[in-house]
Write a new protein. Structure first.
Length: 131
């Protein structure tokens, strides 16, 4: 589509088109952030350690997402454990046990985080390319 613009209005038209592109890109990036957060949350749920005796999955099922900060230009989403947050560090890195020794680390958060970083980069690149 072509639009005839006088030289006097050229700057205004360019600014208007850049504003449209900026809004579309911001919405695309927000969508990518939400999609990535849900993926990271699900990956943590899938790989979180479960009790051998119960297999209840209480810790794994406690993971969720929430929008921490949102405006027209930005979105911040937090992936967190709702009510089992005390266990995250102990399970991820291992801990000392009564009577000596340590439990083995069961990394499940760091791998999901790294995959989320890679996924978000790809999603944002796709949004920018598609314009």
């Amino acid at each position: 589509m072509s639009v005839k613009v006088s030289v006097d209005n050229l700057a205004d038209e360019i600014a208007k088109e850049l504003e449209k592109y900026s809004k579309a890109s911001a919405e695309g990036v927000k969508s990518a952030v939400k999609k990535t957060a849900k993926h990271v949350c699900q990956q943590i749920k899938d790989t979180a350690p479960r009790s051998h005796s119960k297999r209840s999955g209480t810790y794994a099922n406690s993971w969720t997402t929430k929008n921490t900060k949102e405006s027209n230009e930005e979105l911040e989403v937090t992936v967190y454990s709702r009510n089992q947050y005390q266990l995250t560090h102990l399970l991820e890195h291992g801990h000392a046990v009564k009577g000596g020794g340590r439990t083995r680390a069961q990394p499940h958060i760091a791998p999901a985080e790294q995959e989320g970083i890679d996924m978000l980069e790809k999603e944002i690149e796709k949004v920018i390319k598609d314009g």
